[in-house]
Design a protein around this ligand. Structure first.
Ligand SMILES: [Zn+2]
Length: 69
């Protein structure tokens, strides 16, 4: 089953028995337990620190750079 890779945001693969998560794009390999912890940790990090930052800069990056040039 396809899931979002917590590392590269690509398509990771979750084994059908929920035992293992792998991502061919960034060679991620971790148990599902580790994956859950990884995602939980990063979700907290992103929502607390990067959530607003990423949301506010993502749409501006291209236009802002163009304007500065
Ligand atoms: Zn990946």
């Amino acid at each position: 089953m396809k899931i979002k890779c917590p590392k590269c945001k690509g398509n990771a693969e979750l084994e059908s028995d929920f035992s293992y998560v792998t991502c061919q794009k960034c060679n991620l390999e971790m148990s599902y337990g580790e994956y859950v912890k990884y995602v939980a940790h990063h979700d907290i990090t992103y929502s607390d620190i990067l959530g607003d930052y990423a949301g506010s800069t993502e749409g501006q990056t291209a236009g802002t750079l163009d304007e500065w040039d």
